[in-house]
Design a protein. Sequence first.
Lengths: 604, 322
Amino acid sequence: MRLKRVWTVTGLLVATVALGVGVASAGGASGSKQGDSILKIGWAQNPSTINPYVGQDEEAFSIWAINWDLLVNFSPKDLSPTPGIAESWDISDDKKTVTFHLDPNAKWSDGQPITSEDVKYSLEVLGSKGALFTSYTDNITSIETPNADTVVIHTKRPDARIVGGLFIYILPKHVWGKVPVGDLTGSYKPELPLVGSGPFIVTDFEPNRITKMEKNPNFRGPEPKFDEIQFIRYGNQDAAERALQVGEVDMVPEVSAAGFARLGDQPNIETLRASSPAYTQMAFNSCSTKICPDAQYNPAIQDLAVRQATAYAVDRERINQIAARDTSFEAHGMLPSFYKSFYEVPADDYPYDPEKAKQILDDAGWQDNGDSPRTKGGQELKFNLYVRSESPYDIQAAKLVAEQAKAVGIEYDVQVVSTDKLYDLTVRKVNGKPAPDYDTFIWGWGGDPYDPSFLLSVLTTGEIGGSSDSYYSNPTYDRLFKQQAGSFDTAQRKGIIQRMVALTQHDLPYLVITYDPNLEAYRTDRVANVEPTCPEDSTGDAICDQTSYEPLLTIAPGSSSGESGGGGSGIAIAVVAVVVVGVGAFFVIRARRRRDSEPLELDE
Amino acid sequence: MSGRWLAGKVAAALLTFAFVLVFNFFLFRVMGDPTTQLARLPQATPEELQQLRHNYGLDKPLMGQFVDYVGDTGRLDLGLSQRSRQPVWSEIKDALPWTLLLVGTGTLLATVIGSWLGVVAATRRGKRTDDGLLGFSLFTYAAPEYWIGIILILVFAVWIPIFPSGLQVTPGVQFSGFFSNAWDVAKHLVLPATAMTLMLLGQYFLIMRSSMVDVLTEDFITVKRATGLPWERVVRRHAVPNALLPLVTLSAIQFGAVVGGAITIETIFSWPGLGELSFQAINDKDFPVLEGTFLVFSAGVILANLLADCLYFYLDPRVQSR
């Protein structure tokens, strides 16, 4: 009797599961039209929100950069200014006033005209309240809109960023302007479709599943080859890479170093190693006693000879080969090669030369003690080298640095700590004054994809207490930084930036080890016309992530686009059927056998 | 009598939950001032930090914060996710059905298959079937679930591509109706549910087998057999129901525990349940979400325990007569 109850309970459970399938899957349906060509992009994370006032994820920028234009866009080839919302612009003689001319026929995706009011609204409101957009308008004194197609921006000082780096998306005022700013910076969910000016606009956004973008009917440029882009969230990189392998997605814009080698061997999959505006550096505590009276460090780290000897002792290419599996790029100074218009290999490049390292230390009076660290008058070349536990690459790089530096008589004691801990060590304060507690550490920086200003700013005196983690301070560098910021002429600006790089290569607050890559992979049978584009050389990014939507206009469906791989419905039905029939047959046969057996037969 | 018994159990569950609430509150307070986590802004002025503390009610005395916390939790207001800026409860509400589906299917299959195999093994104790089943279940019990998951994906999604490699539903597809939608979910459910089943199967098998072995050696079984009842009937009618009791407790308690324990499987299969949610929250240091998921996991275990007690009451006459 009791057994019956158990079956009742089991039956109820089965019903619950069946209901569960229904409840859980309800609401998941949201459609694409039949016959549309869809570009499916797999990534680990969807943006957590697509509201530009609060969003902080890289993925959000990837979406926004397709949905909206900037006042002035960036040419994918060399990141130079190219028409965006503004068709053209004039710079006044004193370079403090820039007049932008808008296309009078330009329309938002909902058919409303794009006007100077939209520009003013975006620069003033998003530029002052948006979590990640506030630093670009510091220099602006006023914005005028003499008519619907003209915007005039006045600045305190000449600021090249007004044309080449005003990284604030232009939003439609008639949509965003009617929402109170307090809501926008709170838990506001943007209305869909996300009215925009780019080639595709967001039509469906489910943070834990998918971001869907469809063609903007009023886009001013050439018509994209795909009808729709889907960004599909897989939760982690491994899963996204697997989805590419089995053909569930067409492209993965960010693959791991391990996945890069593996996917490269697969049929129908092509991998791309693109340069990016990011680097990994070894930072030396350069804080003077004046700025940081209570800093904790071995003063020998501030001996230039020690830092230069370290730079010669470290084989950066070997670190790339071993720690990054040869997916990174050997670094030459603090400006990544990604910034093509400004990049050049600096004169002081510190090629791997341990003999020279030893010579420099000998000349500086550091006494060679064989296997023990070198010494000079009570000082010892023994330093801590902090590294984040979250980054296997950084840890491996630190170990290699320590191993190579030991050979010339400098001991780096690698200490693996959490990101939080390292952060606390670098920003430590005593009595309100900076007091960093480290000798050296390995970490990285990522810059804005179109303009090197941010990366250059990290070593300015003004950033002490802000982004500066080496506490480097050099008045000449600071002066050059301001100068390049006001230079509208690319060649001239390149000259200034090169002087800044040369200064830091001499002083070595950072020893930049590698330029980080952007590893991409795509299916050659699903997408065509994928070319390294950003910048225009063999290390270009194929989709110009966060920088330009132009590649998305040329990438086209491949030979077998639209077939979804994995989980073929027919085969799945067949497998389930075979299993069900098999299990059924087993029970029938067993029951027959039982009936034939003797009832009184004992089993002993 | 039975009403009082039930009331006692419910009171005990509520007390445990109250303790969890207190613990959860203080756990996230001993980790230091949350504003230092909230505002990783080196340039934040003391005034801004003070404002932030005020906004989050962190400038109140601890007791006042606790009262607010209990009140908010009672209204299912678990705060805002730091990452998505959406209410934590709505994130949990979206993820919960998926976890219940996966864990429910896995537990159900593991219980049914595990206990059936346990019966088969116990009735053939010492024979080759028994040895084989014992080896198999010990293997699945010992094998890490991420390994099982990856092998399943490799075989059934990569080599023989008959099931999707991850996710819970084909993304971006318009389903013509409820059944095509459910079928799509079912297809996606096969691999993670199989991994879940294999992960849980071993313990149900072992419990059922040892429980059956005990029952089969009891006097009443010998008596039943002596009366001439067919062996099959003795096992099914008299041995299995008595051996099932420990299994009921185990599966009810397990159900509560694995709601949180599905983290690995959900992550591998990109299954958007609570496990995946907490995994992401850990990665993002999204403490409000973590606090919320901890609470749900604890509530799940407490509820499952209560359920197990009730089931026991229903199934075991000895409990009723007490």
